[in-house]
Design a binder for this molecule. Structure first.
Ligand SMILES: Cc1cc2nc3c(=O)[nH]c(=O)nc-3n(C[C@H](O)[C@H](O)[C@H](O)COP(=O)(O)OP(=O)(O)OC[C@H]3O[C@@H](n4cnc5c(N)ncnc54)[C@H](O)[C@@H]3O)c2cc1C
Length: 296
């Protein structure tokens, strides 16, 4: 695909998506763009032809990019669009590329409670809005006051939570081809909140999850009234391996890339686990991880 002359030296072509996902797999992005700021992002979007596919990536912590990569454009918000401000006693303003861990940390400093859960999410605010990410009983959209979005013509919009259909790890936007650039989030004034509480949550998580290994967190959403990890474990799948990918011994809803797994190995393993769990328990598990791109 062609890129407008003012962006030709600023985009990366055939950028391996394995560099931008926590599973460390994924083929090349045809064109990879990291905007400097919102005006730059709007100008880039305006420069694209109408039929160019547009993908977004934050920290790639919930993304399986297939080995054949992504056609079109990948917009990366990480390391940019990361403003974080307190706008009144209980409300903060964050841009989409902001790391969730920073929100948790800064809210503690500001004496704002209920943001601690963000410490457990190794992604960006944009990704958390797209996924309704949650941890330790907290959930992103419970705190959303308003979001700012941008469409493929570079046009900005402000939207209310009621414009979105939000459920567990699932968010349906009012229109397609519109993405998050910022959000206002409300928390509780809570002078007692402190870093030790956040540390305790993270230690608890470290005891039960293979933190530090290459994963995308939970692969499957929990079915109503049950836990995907329990179903996978009791189907005897812990340690089951395809290529260099295996079901974690520590947490059955995690799949680990031991170093040389391909996206195809991971996808095959996901399918195998789905089928085995359905055979044993009669329950169909649904991937939480977003699978995108072209298979080889
Ligand atoms: C070790 C580990 C633990 C995890 N624990 C949890 C957990 O406890 N709870 C939980 O909910 N998740 C967890 N996750 C999954 C993941 O961190 C979250 O889903 C996170 O919100 C994804 O954010 P991201 O920036 O990495 O998004 P990405 O993986 O980059 O993208 C995810 C999806 O969001 C879309 N997206 C990204 N940015 C935008 C944007 N600005 N506008 C519109 N769409 C966008 C992408 O296109 C993609 O479809 C864990 C992952 C790991 C690796």
């Amino acid at each position: 695909m062609t890129v407008a002359p003012e962006f030709t030296l600023r985009v990366r072509r055939d950028e391996p998506m394995s560099r931008h996902t926590s599973w460390h797999v994924g083929g090349p992005a045809e064109v990879f763009f990291n905007p400097r700021d919102r005006a730059d992002l709007a100008a880039f979007l305006r420069s694209l032809q109408d039929d160019v596919p547009i993908h977004w990536v934050g920290l790639g912590s919930n993304l399986l990019v297939r080995d054949g990569g992504l056609k079109g454009v990948v917009i990366s918000t990480h390391g940019t669009l990361d403003r974080l401000d307190r706008i009144n006693q209980t409300t903060i303003y964050g841009e989409a590329g902001l790391a969730c861990a920073r929100i948790a940390k800064q809210c503690v400093k500001w004496g704002l409670g209920l943001a601690e859960f963000f410490a457990g999410i190794p992604g960006t605010l944009g990704g958390a809005l797209a996924m309704n990410a949650g941890a330790f009983g907290g959930e992103t959209w419970r705190h959303v006051v308003e979001v700012e979005t941008i469409d493929r013509r570079g046009q900005a919009h402000t939207r209310a939570p009621k414009d979105y259909n939000v459920s567990y790890r699932h968010v349906v936007p009012p229109v397609s081809d519109e993405w998050f650039v910022a959000a206002k989030l409300a928390f509780e004034h809570s002078p007692d909140v402190n870093e030790a509480q956040v540390r305790l949550l993270l230690e608890r998580r470290k005891a039960s999850q293979p933190i530090g290994e290459w994963s995308c967190g939970s692969v499957f959403t929990n079915p109503p009234g049950d836990h995907a990890a329990r179903l996978v474990d009791t189907a005897g799948l812990k340690g089951f391996r395809i290529g260099d990918a295996s079901v974690s011994q520590k947490h059955a809803n995690f799949i680990i890339n031991h170093g040389n797994a391909t996206a195809a190995d991971l996808e095959r393993l996901i399918k195998h686990v789905q089928e085995a769990v359905e055979r044993v328990h009669g329950v169909r598990l649904h991937p939480e991880v977003r699978v995108v791109g072209v298979a080889v």
